[in-house]
Design a protein around this ligand. Structure first.
Ligand code: AMP
Length: 192
């Protein structure tokens, strides 16, 4: 079973993806994590994307599609969770083509529905928690980048809800509840 977790920054995609990994032995494919890893490794690509990411803008489709294709061709999994990918209509088309090419299907697109004030609060909270715990704070977890990330989401990613609705794949889940409640709702969708 392959699924997409869709939703704005701070909606809880990463948190829910990690639960699905634990509970269902699925594999999480987070392009954000892959890009942060590339930055840490000091590769040419990592350097190129660092500034774009810190500003809160999207990196090019070509880069993230390449990262995803590499995983799909090298990682064996009972199911993939696409977390933070696709983020544009071009990426969504490319994912569809890649899945076809590898004989795989897309089984559900789960949209974590939240409201904007909660998002801002969560992201500011995430940065504060990291700071308190002496952990590195994401370069894009600040108010200015967050505004850009939200705008990128509404301009480029939110059309994907219509795209997947039209394909009959979209399932909305209330992302405002406690982590366990959201997880239970997702489980309900996946087991239906
Ligand atoms: P995330 O960890 O999903 O919040 O992603 C962090 C940042 O990585 C985003 O703000 C973008 O700059 C970049 N990024 C992650 N995934 C994508 C994607 N699918 N397309 C373009 N940029 C992405």
């Amino acid at each position: 079973m392959n699924i997409i977790l869709l939703g704005p920054p701070g909606a809880g995609k990463g948190t829910q993806a990690r639960r699905l990994v634990e509970e269902r032995k699925m594999v999480q494919l987070s392009t954000g994590d892959m890009l942060r890893e590339a930055q840490g490794s000091g590769t040419e690509m990592g350097k190129r994307v660092a500034e774009v990411m810190a500003r809160g803008e999207l990196v090019t489709d070509e880069i993230v599609i390449g990262l995803i294709e590499e995983k799909l061709t090298t990682v064996e999994a009972a199911g993939f969770i696409f977390d933070g990918f696709p983020r544009t209509l071009g990426q969504a088309d490319a994912l569809g083509a890649l899945l076809d090419k590898h004989g795989m299907t897309l089984d559900a697109v789960i949209e974590l529905q939240v409201n904007d004030e909660v998002l801002v609060g969560r992201i500011v909270g995430r940065a504060e928690e990291a700071r308190k715990a002496g952990q590195p704070v994401r370069a894009d977890d600040n108010e200015e980048s967050l505004k850009v990330r939200l705008m990128e989401y509404y301009k480029k990613t939110s059309p994907l809800t219509g795209y997947y609705y039209a394909k009959g794949a979209l399932r909305g889940v209330d992302g405002l509840g406690q982590i366990d409640e959201v997880a239970a709702e997702i489980a309900g969708v996946l087991d239906a």
